[in-house]
Structure formats: structure tokens, C-alpha cells
Design a protein around this ligand. Structure first.
Ligand SMILES: [Zn+2]
Length: 308
């Protein structure tokens, strides 16, 4: 009873305005602000030499039971220990879908398109671009979360654009009978330029074979005025479970051994040369650095390095 009395008194003070001094009654703390839910930005623009590189948050969602996707070849205790060590839970993960648009000064090049036209169009709009400004759409691979924005009820989202993708990747999906590919890519197939590793999409934009996640998955090296950045796409899909543990198997990697080898090769190169990278599924805004740590790598989000 003695504990309860002060509580009742405080409540009566808060609700009984007549007895309050005027200043307390007018306190902003009495106004119930609307709960907004978690929020973030839709775009993040940095510069790379003479290029402007804008990551676009085309979508994000919470996914339960992440060990159903990451670390399929390790036991639950190992997964839990790695997660706890990085301060992230094991019962859910937040997924991000992050296309990138690069303005080279002469061309506006979009890399991947998100899950649907609405997501990519909204993020592009937030960044100050319209879909009809896109000169070239590059598809890193043909998973639905990368090709989903190409086509909607209104037809082609980027009707004025050229399309570019890897020949190896296209040829696999061309024969696969995949519904999403047939809906999103088949209608534009005659407009797609097929390239291979080492080919340039534009000056300073070079394709790199990063096979494994899918058979023809490609990353891209951007280079302008001596500065480099890798658009890594899905070579690594989680900043802890794929960087600290490149050999952990990932459900969505078609060839798990090849994907792990690609991760190690790319992360080693980026760590050695201190090259920042955009990862399509890295935590928003999806730009960071890889450092070597133990037998794997550590993800360091970019701070202001690319604003200077
Ligand atoms: Zn993906």
C-alpha cells in the first residue's frame, strides 16, 4: 500500500490540470505525439572521383529464422555465438534491397531494380531522378529481388533504357522456365546487350565475374579519377554471417563452394586494396569496407570517406 500511494498521487497530478502551475500544464511532454514506427532514408549519395554513386532503398523487410538461410552448414550454437558476438539476434534479421544508380557525368546507369516497380521508382524519385532518365539498366543476376522492378502492370519501368547483363547468366535463365524471369526479362530480351567478365559497360564501369550465387552472377568495378568502388551485388548477403564466415553456406547460393570461393577472393582483394563496396543486401545505406579479422572479414560501414 505504501508503494501504491505515490503512484496514484503522480497520476492525479498529471491528469488534474486545475491544481498545476501554468508552466507544468503547458509542458510539451503532455502532448501525445503519434508513434511513427521505425524509419530511414530512401537514398544515399556519395562521390567517387567524377562519379556520383547513389544507393537506393527499394525495399526492406523482417525475415524470421535467419539460420534457415545463412550458416546452413553450422550448428545452432555456432550460429548463436557468432550472432551474439556481433550483437544481432538469431530469431529474425532485417533484409535490405538496394539497387545503385551511378551518374558517370555522361550516363545514368542503374544496377538492379528491386522487388517491384513501385519500390525502385519511389527510391529513384527520392534521390531526384525519374525512371525515364535512366540510360542503362545493368542486371547483376536474375533473382526476383533484382529483376522485379523491370516490368509492372504499366509495362516497362525504364522504357528508354538499354539493358546489359552477363551472357552466362542470361543463358541459364533463358532455359530455366522461371516464371519471374519470363514475366520480367523475357519481354525485353531483344534489347539486352550480353557481356562477359572484363567488359566495360561505360568508361570506368567494368564487369567482374563473381560466379556462385548464381551461375553467371556479376559484380562491377567502378573507377573514376583513381578512386575505386565495387558494386558487389550478392557476392555476400549478410554483413556478419557472410563476411566473418565466408564459408557458411547460404540457401540462395546456387553453387555453395563457388560462392564461398568468390566471397573470399573479392573480400581479400577489397580488404588488401582498401576498396569500399556496395552490397545489395548490406545494412542500409549498404556501403562499407571489408577488413581481415580472424579467419574471415569484418564489415565496417562507410562513414564520411566518400563525401570528401
Ligand atoms: Zn539478392
Amino acid at each position: 500500500m505504501t508503494l501504491k500511494t505515490p503512484h496514484i498521487n503522480r497520476r492525479s497530478v498529471l491528469l488534474g490540470g486545475a491544481a498545476l502551475p501554468l508552466a507544468a500544464a503547458a509542458s510539451p511532454a503532455l502532448a501525445a505525439a503519434e508513434m511513427m514506427g521505425v524509419g530511414t532514408t530512401r537514398f544515399n549519395r556519395v562521390k567517387l572521383g567524377g562519379f556520383e554513386v547513389t544507393t537506393l532503398l527499394a525495399g526492406t523487410r523482417t525475415v524470421p529464422n535467419p539460420q534457415g538461410i545463412f550458416g546452413m552448414n553450422v550448428d545452432a550454437d555456432t550460429f548463436a555465438a557468432a550472432s551474439a558476438g556481433a550483437n544481432i539476434p538469431t530469431d529474425a534479421a532485417q533484409f535490405f534491397f538496394t539497387p545503385t544508380v551511378v551518374n558517370t557525368g555522361s550516363e545514368l546507369i542503374l544496377f538492379d531494380t528491386g522487388l517491384n516497380p513501385a519500390g525502385i521508382t519511389a527510391a529513384l524519385g527520392a534521390a531526384g531522378y525519374t525512371s525515364d532518365q535512366i540510360d542503362t539498366v545493368v542486371l547483376t543476376h536474375m533473382h526476383g529481388d533484382h529483376i522485379g522492378g523491370l516490368m509492372g502492370d504499366g509495362g516497362e519501368t525504364f522504357a528508354g533504357a538499354k539493358y546489359v547483363t552477363g551472357a552466362v547468366e542470361f543463358d541459364v535463365w533463358d532455359m530455366a522456365g522461371n516464371d519471374t524471369f519470363e514475366a520480367k526479362v523475357r519481354p525485353i530480351e531483344d534489347k539486352i546487350a550480353m557481356i562477359k567478365g572484363g567488359d566495360a559497360v561505360a568508361s570506368g564501369v567494368t564487369a567482374m565475374e563473381a560466379f556462385g550465387h548464381t551461375p553467371g552472377h556479376m559484380a562491377y568495378m567502378l573507377e573514376s579519377d583513381g578512386k575505386q568502388l565495387v558494386l558487389g551485388a550478392d557476392f555476400a548477403n549478410h554483413y556478419v554471417w557472410s563476411l566473418a564466415h565466408p564459408d557458411w553456406e547460404v540457401k540462395f547460393d546456387r553453387d555453395k563452394a563457388a560462392a564461398a570461393a568468390t566471397r573470399r577472393k573479392m573480400l581479400s582483394m577489397m580488404a588488401a586494396d582498401k576498396i569500399p563496396f556496395v552490397g545489395y543486401h548490406m545494412p542500409w545505406p549498404a556501403i562499407g569496407y571489408a577488413e581481415t579479422r580472424d579467419s574471415g572479414f569484418h564489415y565496417v560501414p562507410a562513414s564520411y570517406q566518400l563525401m570528401l
